[in-house]
Write a protein that binds this ligand. Structure first.
Ligand code: UT7
Length: 325
């Protein structure tokens, strides 16, 4: 039966100019390039310049994705921005990006699921497009985690970076087959009991401050490898596809060891896994679209490929999106 499906028209990314290497970090806290590379795979991260905000990074990534898609900003009628580091408490970062792109029609809003944010945003935009209410969506993950990092805490400050990634989705008719282009299925989960393991110790209502990121790294690691594979299995079960059918696995870029162990647990071959964490560290909601933009630009991800997105973040939240590119 004819239906609508959300087809990827293009992806884009933006990283701030300034980089911070592991050796530079070793001058700030008691750490070393060897420890960071061995435990996380991260080699450097990008840091937003003074006055450079999340919406500015998001706008740059959005422009890159629009150019990649070959469409104009005016063609967009839905903007969903995943971020945990908005410019302001309100209005939303999405409306700031909408204005910066000169779009005065349609709707723009933020969504907050920390590192799972981009997958949650794809799932949300996809449902709008599939319902027929909107035609073309900009889905953006944009973060300036450098602003909520405690730069004296070596257990967290070496892990995170700033950046943004974006995807353009368009509602297109489909017969519903798994071989046809578009988002095939999405699966989201959350469990709020885990707040203490990964949180920010400030906020407008609780403390009237912005706060700093706090993490029990080992606990998060255990959860990320142990639990989140269920949403990937759900995506395979919903479509009848298998890890062998997959062309690319694009997980949240937090830690190379988590990426490799998750792929192994799921029976996904290492050569099908996209890892860009060495280039930008953990950029939270920006990490999956940053990885997609790299692998699309270098020719790895091609039209017709089967691509599995997966992410886990504070809350805990976790999710998957299976896409025929
Ligand atoms: O997006 C989701 C959010 N976060 C994540 O996905 C992160 C999940 N967790 C992780 O990636 C890992 O747990 C970390 C990379 C954070 C830590 O790796 P680990 O192998 O779990 O190390 P650990 O916490 O067990 O620490 C081992 C040692 C400790 O010293 P002792 O107690 O053995 O003497 C730490 O104090 O490493 C020490 N350590 C460091 N040493 C040098 C912790 N951070 C550092 C550091 N440099 N930056």
């Amino acid at each position: 039966m004819p239906q609508l499906r959300s087809v990827v028209l293009g992806v884009g990314a933006y990283l701030p100019q300034k980089t911070l290497t592991n050796d530079e970090l070793a001058k700030l806290v008691d750490t070393s390039d060897a420890w960071i590379v061995q435990r996380t795979g991260i080699k450097e991260r990008h840091i937003a310049a003074e006055g450079e905000t999340t919406s500015m990074l998001g706008e740059m990534a959005a422009r890159d994705a629009l150019a990649n898609a070959g469409i104009a900003a005016d063609d967009i009628d839905l903007i969903v921005v995943a971020t945990s580091t908005p410019d302001w408490t309100f209005p939303s970062t999405a409306t700031q990006i909408q204005a910066a792109l000169g779009i005065t029609h349609g709707v723009a809003f933020d969504l907050q699921a920390v590192c799972s944010g981009f997958v949650f945003a794809v799932a949300t935009a996809e449902k709008f497009l599939r319902s027929g209410s909107h035609k073309r969506a900009l889905v953006i993950g944009a973060e300036t985690f450098s602003r909520i990092i405690d730069w004296t805490d070596r257990t967290t400050c070496v892990l995170f970076g700033d950046g943004a990634g974006a995807m353009v989705l368009e509602a297109q008719p489909s017969q519903g087959g798994a071989d046809e282009r578009g988002v095939l299925t999405t699966h989201l989960r959350s469990d709020g009991r885990h707040r203490a393991k990964l949180h920010v110790d400030g906020g407008p209502s609780a403390t009237q401050t912005v706060g700093h990121l706090r993490m029990e790294g080992k606990e998060v690691f255990r959860f990320a490898v142990g639990q989140v594979t269920d949403v990937v299995k759900d995506a395979f079960a919903a479509t009848g596809l298998t890890p062998e059918d997959l062309d690319w696995f694009v997980p949240h870029q937090a830690n190379r060891r988590i990426i490799d162990m998750s792929a192994q647990k799921l029976g996904i071959a290492p050569e099908k896994t996209i890892a860009t964490v060495h280039l930008h560290g953990n950029t939270s909601a920006a990490s999956v679209p940053l990885a997609l933009a790299v692998a699309s630009a270098d020719g790895r991800i091609k039209r017709g490929d089967l691509v599995m997105l997966e992410a886990v973040g504070g809350g805990f939240t976790w999710g998957s999106a299976l896409i025929r590119w």
